[in-house]
Each structure stands twice: as structure tokens, then as C-alpha cells.
Design a binder for this molecule. Structure first.
Ligand code: GUN
Ligand code: FE
Length: 438
């Protein structure tokens, strides 16, 4: 240990461990160490306790005091559409109508390369300021839009172009050959940063899903799509597939994806609100993850699409892995603080117990990293992991435990949800300051 290699950060610290546990140091000390492989977390401790081993190393130059602030890990947003930034603020409606009237026309604009580049630069810069430094992202059908996104994103993300070959507007329809060629090129170029992304079974032919899934599996890329978000979507899916050769006998939406090679341990299914026990069993058996997007599923008067309440208890009982996502633009706010708030509030309103802030924080940080296979490296601020963390100013009395402290933090902007996006003052990735509020 040498003095030059250590850096110290003083603040309250919240460190999610699992659904039930979040470490809480008030005030805390975060020690990071610069190593050859990068800047890693060395220690987390209560200020005062056990400090002696570092006292000789601490100086004004290597110590940052964040007054009235909380250090916590950066967020993982496991399902969002970066090309729907403008859709967030448009009117909401039932999923299929909303796609038709607002989402598809907006995504069509990304056919223009200059526009796509400009929007990617703006969007991903703003995303970083909200504290999101990892996740899984959907782009439009256009190859150059994925490139623009990957060029601008900062952190641990997988990103893919949505594939649309049927039941889609003309300007957003590609041939099967085009879709597969783009997939092949993007996998070659971006390797595992690319996510194979059939939009959903309505718009993507099983031919493209199964051939593309094979390519993705071979390259160890993630696969993502939407599953069982609304009842009329499910009805439409089944009515289409009963006329597709090889699918005449499928009973469920999940069966369609299973038969098309879309399930597996690197598969992310957006929503999964309306799933039978049998479907959950299939998801569990194949180690497929479900991504729950509470702000998108919330009632229309709460600026969501009114899709319904995800049953996290049933999902956990079936041993299906799950994490949280914002589903921008189905969800109206970028910040995962608002997503946690919505998860807790909607369940509380329906008298469902167990939807705690502690669970919400775990499911929007470490659970995402676990699903992406990055938990040895990131997802929380535990010793040995990369120095990836955010700072959240918090004035007010400290609560007596992590859950109550999180509740205070998460409820800060209930009345003006836009302000959740401005809560973070500093973002560190691999020990490097990516963002600090002026
Ligand atoms: N299902 C298919 N496409 C979409 C989309 O863009 N957003 C949501 N929420 N669901 C979808
Ligand atoms: Fe979505």
C-alpha cells in the first residue's frame, strides 16, 4: 500500500447487497486504490471505526469530503429505448395504439444519420448525469443509430437495433435478409456490446428471431425483446402465430420465444406482466430474466401506459431472475430513483407487501449487473470491484437505518418528477469523474 495509490471519499454510504440488505455507513469512508487493472474499491467503513489503518495515508490532496451527501453505486437501467427520448413527454395510451401514434413516427426520424448522431450525443450525456452507468438499451431499426449510441454511451451497456419485418409501418420495415445482415455486421463490429433485439413477436418474423438468436448465442451476445405487456398484445400475437407454419400449436407467448431460440441465460424479456405459472416455469428453467418497468406500466394518469402491475412475488417464487428498467419512452423519467419510487408506491397502493426501497435499489443496481454477468466487477461498492459510484446531495436528518434513509431520498421529488433527473451531483466510473454538477 502506498500513499500515492489511495483516494478517500467521505459521505454517508448506501451499498445494496440483496433484496433484504443494504449497508449503511453514516458517516462513511470509501477508500479506493489505483491498480494496474483500474481504480478499485479497497474498503468501506464507518468514519471513526477502524480508521487508524488509513489515517497516516489520508491528506487534503487525496481526500474528498462530500458534505450532506450520499455515496451509492451507479444505476443499471435494464430496459430503455434511447430513441424514444421525445416520446416520454407525449400523450400515453394503450401499448399498441401508443406505438402506432407516437413511438413509430418518432423512431422513423432516426433514419437521418446526422440527426441520430446529434440525438445520441445529447441523450447519453444526459443519461450519465442521472447516475445510470449500465444496462440494456433498444435503438431504432437503423444500423447507424446503434453505432451512434455505442459511440456516445458511457458505462456497461448492451445496445441493439430493433428488428421489424412484419406488421410494422412501411418506413420501419426491413426485409428478413436486411435484418440478418445488419445483425451479422453489428455483432462483428461491436461483439458483446451488441444486443440482438427483435422488437417483439408481432413485428419480427420467427425466421429472423431464430437465425439471429443463433448468431447472438455463438457470439455470447445478449438477446432482448418484449413479452406479455398487455392483454390485447398477447391476443394479437397468438392470432398471428397460429397461421405461421411451425407455430400453429403454440399455446403461449413464451412458447413462441422458446421455439424461436430467444430464451436463455443471456435473455432479457421486457415487462412479463401477464404470465401463467407454466410460462414462468419455462423462463426459470431457461434462466431467462424479466425486466420490470414500473413507471411504464403505471396508470395513464401517472404518465405510464396503464399496462398493469407486475407480480414480483410470483416471479420470485418461480425463481425467475428480474431487474428494473425505465422503459423510456413508455416511462416518462430517466432517473432510476423515479423507477424505484414507482415500484414501491404502486405495490403499496395495491397493499402488496415486500416492495421495499431496499429491494428497489438492489433491483436497479446489483441485480442488473448480475444479469449482465458483471457482478464481480461492478453493481455495488464492495471491495475488489471497480470504483463506480454516484454522489447524491441530501440535506436533512439522517434516518436510523438504510431503508428509512432510502425512503427519504427516493421520496424527495414525488411532486415534481422531472427533478429526479437532477438529483446526482457526481458520477464516477472506474475512479474517473464522468460528471460533476456545476
Ligand atoms: N413493445 C414493442 N415495442 C415496444 C416499445 O417500444 N415500448 C414498449 N413499452 N413496449 C413495446
Ligand atoms: Fe420497451
Amino acid at each position: 500500500m502506498s500513499k500515492q495509490n489511495l483516494r478517500f471519499y467521505v459521505a454517508t454510504i448506501l451499498n445494496p447487497i440483496n433484496d433484504k440488505k443494504c449497508e449503511y455507513f453514516n458517516p462513511g469512508l470509501l477508500v479506493v486504490e489505483e491498480k494496474k487493472k483500474g481504480v478499485v474499491i479497497k474498503d468501506l467503513l464507518q468514519l471513526g471505526k477502524g480508521l487508524d489503518k488509513y489515517e497516516d495515508f489520508m491528506s487534503d490532496e487525496n481526500t474528498t469530503h462530500f458534505e450532506d451527501a450520499i455515496i451509492m453505486p451507479g444505476f443499471f437501467d435494464m430496459h430503455f429505448h434511447w430513441v424514444q427520448d421525445d416520446v416520454r413527454e407525449m400523450p400515453k395510451d394503450n401499448l399498441l395504439t401508443w406505438l402506432e401514434n407516437y413511438t413509430f413516427p418518432t423512431e422513423t426520424k432516426f433514419a437521418n444519420k446526422t440527426y441520430a448522431k446529434k440525438r445520441a450525443k445529447e441523450f447519453f450525456a444526459r443519461l450519465t448525469t442521472t447516475g445510470t452507468i449500465g444496462g440494456a438499451c433498444y435503438s431504432s431499426i437503423h444500423e447507424h443509430a446503434v453505432e451512434a449510441a455505442i459511440d456516445n454511451v458511457q458505462g456497461h451497456f448492451v445496445i441493439g437495433n430493433v428488428l421489424m419485418n412484419m406488421y410494422s409501418p412501411k418506413k420501419l420495415t426491413q426485409t428478413e435478409t436486411e435484418s440478418l445482415e445488419i445483425t451479422k455486421r453489428l455483432i462483428q463490429k461491436f461483439k458483446t456490446k451488441h444486443a440482438f433485439t427483435p422488437r417483439f413477436a408481432i413485428t419480427t418474423t420467427p425466421e429472423v428471431m431464430s437465425k439471429g438468436a443463433k448468431m447472438a448465442d455463438k457470439a455470447k451476445c445478449f438477446k432482448q425483446t418484449h413479452l406479455s405487456e398487455t392483454p390485447n398484445e398477447i391476443e394479437f400475437v397468438l392470432s398471428i402465430y397460429k397461421n405461421i407454419p411451425g407455430f400453429e400449436d403454440v399455446k403461449t407467448y413464451t412458447d413462441i420465444y422458446e421455439r424461436s431460440g430467444m430464451l436463455g441465460e443471456r435473455s432479457l424479456m421486457g415487462h412479463g406482466i401477464y404470465l401463467s405459472d407454466k410460462e414462468l416455469k419455462t423462463l426459470s428453467k431457461t434462466k431467462t430474466s424479466v425486466i420490470h418497468c414500473p413507471t411504464s406500466n403505471a396508470p395513464i394518469k401517472e404518465r405510464g401506459l396503464g399496462s398493469g402491475l407486475f407480480d414480483f412475488k410470483k416471479t420470485e417464487k418461480a425463481k425467475v431472475r428480474w431487474a428494473l428498467g425505465s422503459d423510456i419512452g413508455g416511462g416518462p423519467i430517466l432517473s432510476m430513483f423515479d423507477v424505484i419510487r414507482s415500484f414501491v408506491d404502486q405495490n403499496a397502493k395495491k397493499k402488496v407487501t415486500g416492495a421495499t426501497h431496499t429491494k428497489g435499489l438492489y433491483r436497479s443496481t446489483l441485480a442488473g449487473a448480475e444479469i449482465l454477468g458483471l457482478d464481480k466487477k461492478t453493481g455495488n461498492i464492495s471491495p475488489g470491484k471497480s470504483a463506480n459510484f454516484i454522489v447524491v446531495p441530501f440535506k436533512g436528518e439522517a434516518a436510523k437505518n438504510a431503508e428509512l434513509m432510502l425512503e427519504k431520498v427516493v421520496n424527495t421529488h414525488k411532486k415534481k418528477r422531472e427533478d429526479y433527473d437532477k438529483m446526482v451531483s457526481h458520477v464516477y466510473l472506474d475512479g474517473k469523474l464522468l460528471f460533476s454538477k456545476k
